[in-house]
Design a protein around this ligand. Structure first.
Ligand code: NAD
Length: 497
């Protein structure tokens, strides 16, 4: 009989896995037949062979997307019609909830309870939200003299290349697909080679929902092969990229070397979590920090991995945080109670362990965690780790670790806190914890980040923009602002006699 801990393993054994691309509404192998083996980070089990897309596959997908855009089979439909079809797509995602959640967990190691309660519903809500918005967004008429009429309209841009990472594979794809498809574009999605399975399944569900063939294509493969071919393609009008700052730089270069396609980068972060001594509920701040930091194994672009605490409460706060961390002990991602799953692969494990070693050798104090865990499984697990007595020069406080590791730096004054928080090449998110109204507003204004949280960290909704200042990127995903990325603004002058 199934127990809660075996039920998902049994379902996993019976799951249909298909790593082929989806081009023009059809499942297809790579043109040259090449594949790569996908293993699960949970226990290194073999999952399936995945199509290794290269330039020829990308070209086939882009030309299918271009044909679909040019004959207006999608862009030409009334917004209300696109709305209905996209709502059906969102419903199909929800109906396939357990299958998609299981694929996501097997592919990249996050706990099944969160794939079910966060990733699948958030992806569906994103698609549904843009569907619902698209027949409610009006264009403009400029205040011109009587002799003319000037219409300011938004038109779909054409073919969008979406290149996404492995940490929230479905949600990151949905943040591109929602606004791009609702606005009438065609899309070629290149998922990460570390998490390709849900993307391919989403494209099948889209076709079942009635999105015409060619409008939404998926080419799995490696970044330097399929990703580069997509970003260089002359028939791609814009790239919606989410990933590392290192690769984001390349996206700008690819655009410069090809057709100056628009590039919207959503990149890395090293978000500051600033706690002042006047904030009364330190246990709450510590609980929130641990929850946000260790969610998704710390593999979140907005993880609050730079903790700045006023010196007078630093010891107390750090002890509270260190007591929270062990509640996120790594466990079997397919067990429904597990809070912290596996890191995505061995490379990521080595990177995270390397940062832990550098924290120790640079003189930070490891209060809890710091070790690899569950090695007997063959998977890639790291204990939630808290460093104290860190300094702003250390690698663990400057570089994005992308694992369950956070570090506390003490500060004396408000001005020093602001300077330290802003002393980063990143600017994705930040938070300020203070019970003084003036201070909270003052510091929130001074922080150079795309999102600033006050006395909380975990609020998030499709209704608000998400993106960064500085080297955290330029575009904004989510909210109506995301339509700006996937539409061209046209002015039409009409003479009035
Ligand atoms: P990555 O940059 O290594 O890869 C991202 C995508 O780019 C993958 O699909 C990959 O195959 C592709 N790619 C890699 N090299 C390429 C190349 N030379 N040409 C074209 N494509 C290439 O990032 P990752 O390790 O998958 O993801 C982690 C990063 O993503 C972190 O830095 C994280 O902060 C960032 N991220 C940012 C946000 C955000 O909204 N700002 C959200 C999630 C993740």
């Amino acid at each position: 009989m199934s127990t809660p801990s075996t039920a998902w393993h049994e379902r996993a054994a019976g799951l249909r896995l298909d790593g082929r691309a989806v081009i023009n509404g059809q499942r297809v192998a790579a043109v040259d037949g090449q594949t790569f083996a996908k293993h699960s980070p949970i226990d290194s089990r073999f999952l399936t062979q995945v199509a290794r897309g290269q330039a020829a596959d990308v070209d086939a997908a882009v030309m299918a997307a271009r044909a679909a855009f040019d004959d207006r089979r999608w862009a030409g439909k009334a917004p209300a019609v696109r709305k209905k079809i996209l709502q059906r797509f969102a419903d199909k995602i929800l109906a396939a909830k357990e299958e998609l959640a299981l694929l996501e967990t097997l592919d990249m190691g996050k706990p099944i309870q969160y794939s079910l309660s966060v990733d699948v519903p958030a992806a569906a809500r994103c698609i549904a939200w843009y569907a619902e918005a698209v027949d409610k967004v009006y264009d403009e008429i400029a205040p011109t003299p009587d002799t003319a009429l000037a219409l300011i309209t938004r038109e779909p841009m054409g073919v969008i290349g979406a290149i996404v990472p492995w940490n929230y594979p479905m949600i990151m794809a949905a943040w591109k697909l929602g606004p791009a498809l609702a606005a009438g574009n065609s899309v070629v999605l290149k998922p990460s080679e570390k998490s390709p399975l849900t993307a391919c399944r989403l494209a099948e569900l889209a076709v079942e929902a009635g999105i015409p063939p060619g409008v939404f294509n998926v080419v799995p493969g490696f970044g330097h092969e399929a990703g580069e071919a997509l970003a260089l393609h002359l028939q791609v009008d814009a790239i919606g990229f989410t990933g590392s700052t290192r690769v984001g730089r390349r996206m700008l270069d690819y655009a410069g070397r090809s057709n100056l396609k628009r590039v919207y980068n959503e990149l890395g972060g090293k978000s500051a979590f600033v706690v002042f001594e006047d904030y009364a509920d330190l246990p709450r701040a510590a609980r929130t920090l641990a929850g946000s930091m260790f969610f998704n194994q710390g593999e979140s672009c907005n993880a609050p991995s730079r903790v700045l605490v006023q010196a007078s409460v630093a010891e107390e706060f750090t002890a509270l945080l260190a007591a929270e961390a062990p509640k996120y002990a790594p466990g079997d991602p397919l067990h429904p109670a597990t809070e912290l799953g596996a890191l995505v692969d061995e490379t990521q494990l080595r990177t995270v362990m390397g940062y832990i070693e550098s924290g120790l050798s640079e003189g930070a104090r490891c209060l809890t965690g710091g070790r690899q865990a569950r090695t007997e499984t063959g998977g890639f697990y790291v204990e939630p780790t808290v460093f104290a007595a860190a300094t702003p020069q250390m690698r663990i406080t400057r570089e994005e670790i992308f694992g369950p590791v956070t570090a506390v730096i003490a500060f004396e004054t408000e001005a020093q806190a602001i300077a330290l928080a802003n002393d980063s090449s990143y600017g994705l998110q930040a938070s300020v914890w203070s019970d003084q109204l003036n201070r909270a507003h003052r510091v929130a204004r001074a922080l150079r980040a795309g999102t600033v949280h006050v006395n909380q960290y975990d609020e998030d909704d499709i209704t608000v923009p998400f993106g960064g200042y500085k080297q955290s990127g330029n575009g904004r995903d989510k909210s109506l602002h995301a339509f700006d990325k996937y539409t061209e603004l046209k002015t039409t002058w009409i003479r009035l006699d």
